[in-house]
Design a protein around this ligand. Sequence first.
Ligand SMILES: [Zn+2]
Length: 500
Amino acid sequence: MAIVHLGVLYVILHAWNHHKHKSFYIHRGVNLSKVIVHIDLKGSPPKLEYLTSLLPLLKDVGANGLLMEYEDMFPYKGDISNLSSKYCYKENELKEFIKYAWESGFEIMPLVQTFGHMEHALKLQEFKHLREIPMFPDSICPSKMESMALIKNMLQQVIQFHTSVVPLRYIHIGCDEVYHINKCAKCRSRRQKELDIYMSHLRSVTEIVKFYSPNVTVLFWDDMLRGVDSDYWSTMKIINDVEPVCWDYATRLHVSHRNLYNYHKKFNNIWIASAYKGAEGVTATLPDLYSRFMNHLEWLRFIFDYKFGGERKSYNFKGIILTGWSRYSHMEPLCELLPASIPSLVMNLLLIKHFQKETSKDIHTIPATEVFHLYVRDDFKKYFQCEYAELNEFDSHACQYRESKLYSSLEYFIYQNEDIIRKINDNKKGLHSIEYYNRIDHMNMNSVKSKIIWVNQSLQDFMAIESKVSKAMLEYHSSFVVVEYVHYKFYNEKKKLKSL
Ligand SMILES: [Zn+2]
């Protein structure tokens, strides 16, 4: 009988504790129906078998879509076949991947640049005359018939390729960072403002998309509409089925509420975009996990219970795109590799997944490290088989997962690269003086003997890391990516060591 009473008491106490714990939460989490992972193929495209193998994990941690930024990896045909890299994906393999991803529950959203960042087309001899400014290969002139013919051809091929495999509900047309608008004689003869030309192009591109796939929603990056004054917004005509993606990759967001309000009035939905890689600098090797986590947490804090002026109901942002840049643009160096960024991607997907489910009242005040400990760490440790995991110091050696060998070899590259730079430039060692004094034959072998030994040993060690990185990369990337990556990453310090 006493045992029964104790049992009842336990149940009551447990229920009370549970209630107390739950009162900490608001059961309505942040509402983001689309969680899209950006796969940036302009540089370091992964093998399709690797991308395929990632899908179950991405799904498990809450992703439900892929934004495929093909650029030169799409197998274009006919007049525009030169847009494709000679290493582009094979048609049948890409179709197989798209089909598998769709059947696994992923929305497949292709991205085709149609205004700025068109370097992959405008660098080619046959399209050079379509540049807005002849010297710069990024922005296309929207006033030339041939420009629109090129854009139409690209969109037609990408849309028809996708719709032949799976339903196409969204397409992203880029339109960000259009550095040169209204500069050529043809554009200037239109006697329009830059913004009018921008909006008119957005409208024309949307019409092309709608011609080939009437039910598609068109997404574009929002940056060209920032700073537009209220007068313009009040007179701007609505473009049906076009939705802006407001991006910010910083650890402290600089998103304008006024801009969002204007988007809200003119567009059916607003999307947001964060970054899981490619936001730490053009030559970064590994993502900074803390910064990437902060960026996502800041966005979640921002959109939680977001209300526009005069509205009582919280606004539902349509979705989040977790961007993962491989280069800052077609002609920039490679930044973080996808397989080296999986811990960052999964960590941030787990964070989003948690806050979709339930949001703690103190979301705005609780420190990032505590958020990680409370809501992300256990699952993170499980997925990466970590003995321990800290947000500030990710120790890949404490974890066992598929990509950990590559991650560790890149960590070792960073350490060794910095060590060589530091030692060569150390005035006490005087290594940077060897090349010159050797050239003028004014050196005492006695004093440089130990330096020569260090140089030879360092070169040998550095080349051993190069070989380790190459070998580890080949599991995920084709050899053309590996060649570019290691040649560029190891080039400067190898050259310096050899010159000494
Ligand atoms: Zn022009």
